[in-house]
Design a protein around this ligand. Sequence first.
Ligand SMILES: [Zn+2]
Length: 273
Amino acid sequence: MSWHIDSETLERYASGGTTSAVAASAEAHLTGCADCQARLVPAVDTARLDAIWAGVEARVDRVSLPWLDRTLVRCGISEETARLLAATPSLTASWLAAIAAAVVFAVVAADSSAKGLAVFLTLAPMLPVAGVAAAYGREADPAYELAVASPYSLLRLLLVRSVAVVGTTIALTAVGGLLLADSGWRAAAWLLPALALSAVTLALSARVAPVWAGGAVLTGWLGTVVTAWQVTGNRLAPFGDVGQVVALVVTGLALTVLVANRSDFAYDTRRSA
Ligand SMILES: [Zn+2]
């Protein structure tokens, strides 16, 4: 070591009085310097350390919604999985309320016209994608560091959360779809596109953060819907028989890619962590 932290800085760091830049620099040095570690110890106020640690514990414990935790455990899910599941950003009450509001909007927009139904069918598959995009990753998850540090396969975490989010979102949307029963089977034509878009988002998450994967998928989806409408002159063209088959094929391809790239998840997260 060619330099050491001066006593004044060390004391200010110990009392929390430095800027975060100085603190980061001091910490970088402290991790490798036994001399400064030894000088730091007597300067630390243990009462302050205890208070900080109590705050960390309180924050970690608050991450999970107790009622959700308990319900999941009662359903036979392990406590570890339940805790990581309950901390999913896109399974919170506020997120689900936003999804419900979007479904209500889509149902109201879906009058008996083809235009109204097209709005509903275009919007409905986007909701689970938004949920998957927000289910995991440092951009979306306040408990991200906790999730990364947990002894749990990251692909499994992403899958467990995505299945829960897609299932919940599809159930909410299906309730809205029932209100459109006079549109016949077409009111359910969003289901396969929803699965396809969710699967593609998951598959892309092996390479980029889920937030970016979801953004790319939603952009691609809107582009596809508008293009199909413009080319055929039919607003409902993307949701017809051909569209359903394409959605099924895309789902299969995306899941195949996901399985083939499963080892990339651990790599990608370690790189970005
Ligand atoms: Zn030093």
